[in-house]
Write a protein that binds this ligand. Sequence first.
Ligand code: HEC
Length: 144
Amino acid sequence: MFSHLFSLPLAESKIYSLMNTAKLFLCVFALIFAASCGIFRKDKGTVTTTTKPENGVYEPGQEELKAVKSQFKDATMAELKEGYALYAQGACTKCHTPKNIYKREVSEWPGIIDRMAEKAKITADEKDAVHKYVMAIKASQPKE
Ligand code: HEC
């Protein structure tokens, strides 16, 4: 099949082999480039490391629900979402922007929420939701 190659003049066959070497290099560089772009990464699309905001104010998910269950067995996702809505966009934002949840200790929170619920004039259920939301965030706070 390639027998005609052998009959090429020497100079011409050298050019062919040079071209092949150049192609090989190109392929290798293309591969390295693709790899450095993460094209071959298996976990692409399944984000495993979600960065949490520094103030701990974010929408709760399964991780937060699971974490708070050890303290409140009956906590539901709906409650956590309600607490988040009040805390981040609702009654708790009327006078100030959402306060840093991480910065305050678990033991400080009941007192703060009692005090603020009165200011915000929220119902007992709403206060309960805010409390559970904050505890869920605290329970899943990244360790330093
Ligand atoms: C009527 C206005 C008002 C509303 C509504 C309000 N706050 Fe506050 N909040 C304040 C003021 C004023 C301060 C600062 C003085 C203080 O700590 O009492 C404060 C402080 C705080 C602090 C810091 C307290 C500390 O000791 O570190 C947190 C946390 C907080 N609020 C959370 C909330 C939450 C949660 C809600 C909703 C349930 C809420 N706030 C609703 C006025 C309000």
